[in-house]
Design a protein around this ligand. Structure first.
Ligand code: CTP
Ligand code: MG
Length: 382
């Protein structure tokens, strides 16, 4: 059954300091808001609305580029106003439609949290993730230090899941002389039944500067670095130009192959596929398939880079070595780096192209063919 999600990200993050609102600060190489949005998108939230301050819209678009199915909605002056802006942006849906409200400032959301909430919502108007209090409570009264009971007290987190009509009714009835601090409060205020489901300490909200220190450590653990290698060789034959690392070089021979025989790009494509554990270039682009005859190899490489991004990963760096006696690679090296960087949509300093001869030895030394090897390092969610 379908559900929508509203992620509120329009706050200014004053308590966290650092100038940039916390949803758009970087955490482990991605914007804070992007972390939970990737999870919600993968869990099937649709529509998926992100409530954004008007002056952060451009930053938000950049930070969320490549994530499909997201709609930006202008935020309000308070969290509750931002949630209401999101609700207005949802448009019409049946009364029992399920909607998740989430703080962008809680990045470590998983599919398991979402599934738990949706189960908790069955038969009620709301379900929230909550944790029992573990620490002893103190109230610092002027006269003495009081120790209130923590019996029956819970810490409420987000996402919080609701039936659309119950949430709308709650907000319509709320008297804004006091700001609600979460959405469950407005639903229970109108008699809505809200269930508690098991929360998670990992879902903590980034509020103070020290929360970012902890989050950076957790973000490192949530990503993994992977490496792959690739190798390719093609035979020399009659011709007057050769494609190497996406650049055409005038030469008295060409490389023979089913596609454009760009061994550099083929080795690099295999290195990326290797890092992903996603098979090899022959599986993705079978030589038996006529559509790849004479194909420009930049398509193969762009495809592999797209697979990295589709997993929420990114390319750290790549390194290609061309092995041949001729042509001389040095004069073309910068153009090759620039072209590979362009195909991969990374910066040039993430790309290296090198060349070596084998001093007359072996098939490359005898100039029967050219070989290329490549290594690629990527990082992706664990
Ligand atoms: N939020 C919002 N619109 C507002 C205020 C808050 O969308 N006018 C969002 C924040 O972006 C955040 C969530 O509500 O994802 C929880 O709020 P909070 O932790 O208070 O964030 P900020 O208001 O940004 O931080 P601060 O209160 O420290 O300024
Ligand atoms: Mg706030």
């Amino acid at each position: 059954m379908s559900f929508s999600a509203i992620v509120v990200a329009a706050g200014s993050g004053l308590r966290a300091g650092a100038g940039v609102p916390k949803a758009w600060r970087h955490l482990g190489g991605r914007a804070v808001a992007r972390w939970s949005l990737e999870t919600l998108a993968a869990a099937g939230a649709s529509p998926l609305l992100v409530v954004v301050a008007e002056d952060m819209r451009v930053e938000a678009e950049t930070a969320l580029s490549g994530l499909s199915g997201i709609t930006l909605v202008p935020g309000g002056a308070t969290r509750a106003a931002s949630v209401q802006a999101g609700l207005a942006g949802l448009g019409d849906a049946p009364d029992d439609h399920r909607v998740l409200i989430h703080d962008a400032a809680r990045p470590f959301l998983t599919r398991a949290h979402v599934e738990r909430l949706l189960v908790g919502l069955e038969g009620g108007q709301g379900a929230i993730l909550a944790l029992p209090l573990a620490d002893t409570l103190k109230r610092n009264d002027e006269a003495h230090l009081a120790t209130p009971s923590r019996e029956g007290l819970w810490r409420a987190q987000t996402p919080q899941a609701f039936r659309l009509a119950a949430l709308k009714r709650g907000y319509e009835a709320w008297d804004f002389s006091v700001e609600p601090t979460d959405d469950a409060q407005v639903v229970t205020n109108t008699g809505g039944k809200v269930a508690l489901v098991a929360g998670d300490p990992m879902l903590f909200k980034l509020t103070y500067p020290e929360d970012f220190v902890m989050a950076e450590q957790l973000a490192g653990g949530a990503r993994q670095v992977r490496t792959g290698m690739g190798y390719d060789a093609h035979r020399w034959g009659p011709g007057d130009a050769v494609w190497l690392c996406g650049v055409s070089i005038d030469h008295d021979q060409t490389l023979i192959g089913h596609s454009d025989a760009d061994a550099g790009l083929h080795a690099l494509t295999d290195a990326l596929l290797g890092a992903l554990g996603a098979g090899d270039i022959g599986e993705h682009f079978p030589p038996s398939d006529p559509q790849w005859r004479g194909a420009s190899s930049d398509r193969f490489l762009a495809h592999a880079a797209g697979l990295v991004r589709a997993r929420g990963g990114q390319i750290v760096n790549v390194d290609v070595t061309l092995i041949c006696e001729r042509p001389k690679i040095r004069p073309h090296r910068d153009a090759m780096r620039a072209r590979v960087a362009e195909i991969l949509a990374v910066k040039e300093d993430q790309v290296s192209v090198k060349a070596t001869t084998t001093e007359g030895m072996g098939f490359t030394g005898r100039q029967e063919g050219l070989a290329a090897q490549a290594i690629a390092t990527i990082e992706q969610p664990r």
